[in-house]
Write a protein that binds this ligand. Sequence first.
Ligand code: CA
Length: 413
Amino acid sequence: MLNEEKVFKDPVHGYIYVNDSLIWDLINTREMQRLRRIRQLGTSYVTYPGGEHSRFSHSLGVYEVIRQIVQAFSRNAYEWPLEYNQLVMAAGLLHDIGHAPFSHALEKVIGLRHEVWTERIILNPSTEVHQVLKQFQQQFPFDVAAVINKTHPQKLVVSLVSGQLDADRLDYLMRDSVSTGVDYGKFDLARIIRVMRPLDGRIVVKRSGLHTVEAYLLARYFMYWQVYFHPVSRSAEVILKAILKRVKDLVAQGQGPEMTHPALNGLFLGALDLESYFALDDTVLFNAFNVWQHSPDPILRDLCCRFLDRRLFTYMEYPDQDPDFYEKMSVKVKSQGYDPAYYLAVDETGTVYYDYYLGAEDDKDKDSALFLWDDDGKRLIEMSRLSKPVNAIARERQAVRRIYFPREVQWNI
Ligand code: CA
């Protein structure tokens, strides 16, 4: 315990409280501080100018949500293993530690998986995070990694960090909503925490909390369409991917641009070690784009200018009824002087907002379902069986396909 509690002022939770010296020491590691230099929402800032918050503030928020949940569990003497409090708070704080800048684009083009790097950072003896965890308890780095990669035997602990109603989602929906100014992501977090119950190794919700949880699931649904799948933010991501692809292709031809930071060598030459990965942040990529906007390669130069100056690609919904549409567009784009490999992209978005199990009503083993706990304590009822709005969005995957290309391309001639 710390002699005096530390606080962070926070737009979502008011204050974030730290009483535990393990948590305080983890926050002060260089790996956690790096997350201040990585935007949580990638390219969303091109659409929502407020959407600039960092993965650091989100990570603190996830920790705070978990702290409030385990406190509520402890106050109420629910069947919650108190000895796991520090484990689950540390796992929540560290769950995003392996994220790269613009993770989703980078993962697709370069083939990095942030989960792999999270585990490497936590388990590698050279990192400060590892040292702090190990000093606390010899086994702790492995326990924390197991909670984050969902292999820890204590399922209750895992589900607070990743599940249908986990601290990660609870924080990011609210935080992304507050910072973008999009109002749909709001719900009553304090009441959600009040109606959560640990029961038989899973988190369930008191039946009287039905509408509170509905509001949370609908918030998630709205945020996907209003923020995460926003076509303009996706356009910036399409250009970002084209830049990465161009650099990769140039490197393969022995014509690679100047690597403005040693970490970029690792990124594009495929020999990324922990130290290089650690160095990657938004500033390294922005600086590279800044330099490459003067590159002798006309395609790289143009794409970097577009990204920095927000001259984004236009888009339209992909006409699925026309099987040859991509080919036709490809010919048009090419005839107007653009290489379709970099200037024409199909982007598909869509997710499942709430997944439930179609088996027996009381199948308690399925992780992906949310269960409501009847006040008589005798039975658990799967959420979508009681809630019409949740039933309406459950298992639905409303995918949208769009095709992106430069605004200047005359496509309807
Ligand atoms: Ca997260």
